[in-house]
Design a protein. Sequence first.
Length: 184
Amino acid sequence: MKPVSISGEICILAGGLSSRMGRDKVRLRCRGKSLLQHVKGAAQKSPWPVRVIRRDLVARCGPLGGIYTALKTTRFDVLLFLACDMPFVTGDLIGRFLELREPAFTHGSEGAGFPFLLRKSALSLVEKQIAVQRYSIQLLAKKLRARKVKPRDAREIFNVNTPEDWTLALKNADASARRPYRGF
């Protein structure tokens, strides 16, 4: 990973209810490690400190609650956000974000998503969205006029939300064990 010019913090959001999965996603194991351990391992390859957000200051806001918590409690000006359910995120993708200075969101087939980079100054916008119960990350990216970052490999941004996603993740993990790709 190249040296980065600004310093910040990586926050892994792990405080969700896992309602679509039906069980705690953080504890699911893939290739001998929990989903959280996979994400944390990729993040720890960076020069930035890593913090796991397990409990939101404002409950029942989806990821926006974790974003609010991280922005409200950080001592850094720049934060990179990861989700705890991304078993294939790579240090390469994380490194691409650490080089940016402006708000940026990964853009895949479903629009803006994880990982994404925010400045602490985005806190007021997040507070406004929570106040009017607009919990959309898509809306946050739009209001910030955030830069779009495309992953080099769609697997890097694959996240596990449902039992079907989990089955697919395990299948991809097995295939990658036979044919590894950069970042595993």
